[in-house]
Design a protein around this ligand. Structure first.
Ligand code: MTE
Ligand code: HPA
Ligand code: MOS
Length: 774
């Protein structure tokens, strides 16, 4: 449908986040703000203080006797299944009964009149166990003969033996890349209110209400229709609330049903950090063959990941690492394998990029190796290896999907120009040649990221729209709001469909009562999937209104159209609310459910072939850093970004996503370090020891642009592209710039092989190593 004037609040324009004012003024409601009914109890987890042991029993008498304690919940109190594994592997108990598998593992829950009482009492348990040897990282776990936690994946194309045999150069190496804590502002929380019969309502902070619902039903041993899960918004999720809330929802719901009183559980930050999973750290072994021009001939790589004690989402996470081990580069002959390694640590989980960033790090390390070996600008090596334009036989990925929407060359060239990369690099090399204590580095790195859940069935969504007879619109969809602006974007789509003001649409909480069987709001797919589902619902109601309008005025349906001042019916223009009222009086159905599933995708994991991704999002970043070679300290002087979101649904929100993702990616690779001691205890379990980037760590100069010429060639919602995760990997440019600055101390003759995170200590060690000529 055509519209002539553009009304504020439609798509492709800046529209502020619907909760922005509420969030900055403290009026936005989070789970912990919901008024507690009289009688509300509070739960706290009791945890293990060994990493691996045979569990003989727990003496809870002192816990039960403590002040304010109402009950203690153990595995014996679970009426249904003692299992919350998201993939149905039955390897993740709510509370273990036979063995302890990581330091900090929840063993029981205390339910008390106050949270403080529950928390204090949890310390009084006496755990009887026989300590067993533990292995906490993927290499020692492999050496100790621990099993893989889930089936590995192999991606293969071409003939790598032949590729290596004919390549002029070959380098083998290893890169270690650290994990990351989600550090959402709002931690995990669940608040369960018991109802009649088997019913329970759980308010919680989750990216995946349907899974929380199914898990609660599973542990209670009741059908899913007895359980309602609600989430108005989260104070950040970043993947950490895709599966990890299951534990908290289960505990709150079991306690609430057992005691017949509302129960809330909210771990403190230390427990949130020790008892819930994080980004997987990886140890990646690579082997590359390349010619004298820097063109890659063959790649083989093994990707070992610290998965923790249970599978959780480690299968799809390690799969996605392989799917992104090519980044934007064509590998003529390739073999990639994953090693999802079981370890005696907390079970690692989704985190922005979902394994993809770890794959991209491997690709960028290989580029660096080639550049240093051949004494080339890494950007030239990158360009020499980009996927082709479809005419040169250089478009097939290791998983046999053809990259048909490739725009990486244009993105990179535009950024190279606007960031003045070449001239600045010359300046920086001249500066470094003076041999001072401060050294500078610059790097321009690309990103290509595949959009769709790799588990094809997750690529579906539903929505529910009610138009009330006063013309106000109530919108629900299956997605959840975690700060990314999904609700705003979906409301923009609906406002545009009805050609009504944005404010006419009420954005409401996500609830399993309104839209069933939803997927996690994850894989950056929120607006792609839910925007389409909501549009589908809106189109149904519109079609009924068009039919009604045409019949009521005796014109053909072609003569009816929605415009910003109302609905044109022949020569008449009727305001939206007036037409709605008329339609209601004529008994027109003014509610609709919408549905969407992504077309044309398929994936055969056993064969390692298919089209797992509907399309790709692209981007590039150019970062400049200065390091102090005496202390290893550094700062980011400037970052320039050009990122592709297709035709943006909302450029202001998308820019915010790009900026936030870049900083979060930079934090992952620089200051955020997870450190376990020999006992397997996470010692970086609070902001005092775990350093996320501060406002003062942002680039001194920060130029962020969306590629406004880009348009999705697939029929996505308004031709936009997903934005949530891809720009996370732009932070890699900071890591690569640090590497260049370090390399300068040995006149760029040695690849620094920096490990991530490149903390000041690691930068200093690398500087010393290179000075010693290693
Ligand atoms: N942005 C904010 N502000 N808070 C978040 O928790 N999560 C990220 C990204 N951006 C997140 C965020 C992750 S991991 C994903 S998968 C997407 O948002 C999910 O939302 P979307 O699919 O609607 O983009
Ligand atoms: N991305 C993010 N979350 C997921 C995925 C994925 O591909 N698969 C299952 N959960
Ligand atoms: Mo995002 S890691 O897919 O929640």
């Amino acid at each position: 449908m055509k519209h002539h004037t553009v009304t504020k609040g439609f798509t492709h324009q800046n529209q502020k986040h619907d909760s922005a004012v509420k969030q900055v003024t403290g009026r936005a409601e989070y789970t912990d703000d919901i008024a507690e009914p009289v009688g509300t109890l509070h739960a706290y987890l009791g945890v293990s203080n060994v990493a691996h042991a045979k569990l003989n029993g727990i003496d809870l008498s002192k816990v039960r006797d403590a002040d304010g304690v109402v009950a203690v919940l153990t595995a014996d109190d679970i009426p249904g299944a003692n299992d919350i594994s998201p993939t149905g592997r039955n390897d993740e108990p709510v509370f273990p009964t036979e063995k302890i598998e990581f330091h900090g593992q929840p063993l029981f829950a205390v339910i008390a009149e106050t949270r403080d009482a529950a928390r204090r009492a949890a310390e009084f348990a006496e755990v009887d166990c026989d300590v067993l040897p533990h292995a906490i990282d993927p290499v020692s776990a492999r050496d100790a003969g621990m099993p893989l936690i889930t089936e590995p994946l192999k991606l293969e194309r071409g003939d790598i033996d032949k590729g290596f045999a004919t390549a002029q150069n070959r380098i083998k190496g290893q890169v270690t890349v650290g994990g990351q804590d989600h550090m959402y502002l709002e931690g995990h929380i669940a608040f369960a209110v018991p109802g009649e019969d088997e019913d329970v309502v759980v308010h919680c902070s989750t990216q995946h209400p349907s899974e929380a619902q199914h898990m609660v039903a599973h542990v209670l041993g009741v059908p899913s229709n007895a359980v309602v899960v609600n989430v108005r918004r989260m104070g950040g999720g970043f993947g950490g609330k895709e599966s990890q809330m299951n534990l908290f929802c289960a505990v709150a719901a079991i306690a609430a049903k057992k005691l017949g009183r509302p129960v809330k559980i909210r771990p403190d930050r230390d427990q949130d950090m020790t008892a819930t999973g994080k980004r997987h750290d990886f140890v990646i072994d690579y082997d590359i063959g390349f010619d004298n021009d820097g063109r890659i001939e063959a790649v083989s790589g093994e990707f070992a990941a610290r998965c923790g004690y249970s599978s959780d989402l480690s299968g799809p996470v390690t799969d996605r690492a392989l799917f992104h081990a090519d980044n934007a580069y064509f590998y003529p002959h390739v073999r990639l394998t994953s090693r999802p390694q079981k370890t005696n640590t907390v079970s690692n989980t989704a985190f922005r990029g979902f394994g993809g960033p770890q794959g991209v790090i491997a690709a960028e390390r290989m580029i660096e190796e080639i550049a240093f070996a051949l004494d080339k600008d890494p950007l030239d090596v990158r360009k020499a290896n980009f996927y082709g334009d479809g005419t040169d036989g250089r478009n097939l990925t290791p998983y046999h999907q053809s990259v048909d929407d490739n725009i990486i060359s244009r993105v990179v060239e535009e950024l190279e120009e606007s960031a003045d990369y070449r001239a600045r690099r010359e300046d920086i090399r001249a500066f470094n040649a003076k041999g001072g204590i401060l050294r500078r580095g610059i790097a321009l790195t690309p990103v290509k990221f595949g959009i769709s859940f790799t588990a094809t069935h997750y690529n579906q969504a539903g929505a529910l729209i009610h138009v009330y007879n006063d013309g106000s619109i109530h919108l629900n969809h299956g997605g959840t709001e975690m700060g990314q602006g999904l609700n705003t974007k979906v409301a923009q789509v609906v406002a545009e469909a009805f050609q009504v003001d944005f404010n006419r649409i009420k954005i409401t909480k996500t609830t399993t009562e309104k839209v069933p069987n939803t997927s996690a709001t994850a894989a950056s797919s929120g607006s792609d999937l839910n925007g389409m589902a909501a549009l589908n619902a809106a189109e149904q109601i519109k079609a009924r209104l068009v039919t009604f309008a045409a019949e009521s005025r005796g014109v053909s349906e072609d003569a009816v159209s929605f415009g910003p001042t109302g609905i044109s019916i022949g020569t008449d223009v009727v305001p939206f609310d007036k037409l709605v009222k008329e339609a209601y009086m004529a008994r027109v159905h003014l509610s609709a459910t919408g549905f969407y599933k992504t077309p044309d995708i398929h994936w055969d994991r056993a064969a390692g072939k298919g089209r797992p991704f509907y399309y790709y999002a692209y981007g590039a970043a150019c970062s400049e850093v200065t390091i102090d070679t005496l202390t290893g300290e550094y700062r980011v002087e400037r970052a320039d970004i050009l990122h592709d979101v297709g035709r943006s649904l909302n450029p202001a929100l998308d820019k915010g996503q790009v900026e936030g993702a870049f900083i979060q990616g930079m934090g992952w690779l620089t200051t955020e370090e997870l450190w376990w001691d020999d006992e397997g205890r996470l010692r970086t379990h609070a902001p005092s020891t775990y350093k996320i980037p501060l406002a003062s760590d942002r680039p001194r100069e920060f130029n962020v642009k969306l590629a406004d010429w880009s348009e999705n060639r697939e029929m996505t919602i308004k031709r936009s592209k997903a934005v949530g995760e891809p720009p996370f990997m732009l932070g890699i440019s900071v890591f690569e710039a640090l590497s260049m600055a370090v390399a300068s101390v040995a006149d760029y003759r040695i690849c620094p092989r920096l490990e991530a995170p490149a903390t000041p200590e690691r930068v200093l060690l690398a500087v010393e190593r290179l000075k010693a000529g290693a």
